[in-house]
Design a protein around this ligand. Structure first.
Ligand SMILES: [Zn+2]
Length: 118
């Protein structure tokens, strides 16, 4: 083991020139690049919003973290279910890049959240 962080492997399909350009950027420039890339994606209208509740789900709380978004939501399964809503459940949502260039939200179920009634 050495202490040098291993450079991340760029997603397949990212132009080599762009990869080497990105490697030259400062953290601040990288952040601006992300923002601009996000704006371009929004402009092209091909990316759904990061957190897209399924119909019927109740988003209770969304907390942004550096590498993921913490979402607490209640889930409705069926109109005739007496136990609905279920949860609340805690999810960690990450944005996973796909080879076709799109990014999809990946919901990881973490567990039940105890309700604190206020
Ligand atoms: Zn139910």
């Amino acid at each position: 083991m050495n202490d040098d962080p291993i450079a991340p492997t760029p997603p397949e399909g990212l132009p080599e020139q762009l990869v080497s350009d990105l490697n030259e950027l400062s953290p601040e420039e990288l952040r601006k690049t992300i923002i601009h890339a996000q704006e371009l994606l929004n402009f092209q209208d091909e990316v759904p919003s990061a957190i897209e509740p399924q119909s019927g789900d109740d988003i209770i709380q969304v907390t942004e973290h550096d590498s993921y978004t913490e979402v607490i939501k209640q889930v409705y399964c069926n109109e005739t279910c007496d136990d609905c809503p279920h949860g609340p459940y805690l999810y960690h949502v990450t944005q996973e890049p796909h080879p076709d260039g799109t990014t999809k939200a990946y919901w990881r179920f973490i567990g039940n959240v105890p309700l604190d009634d206020e």
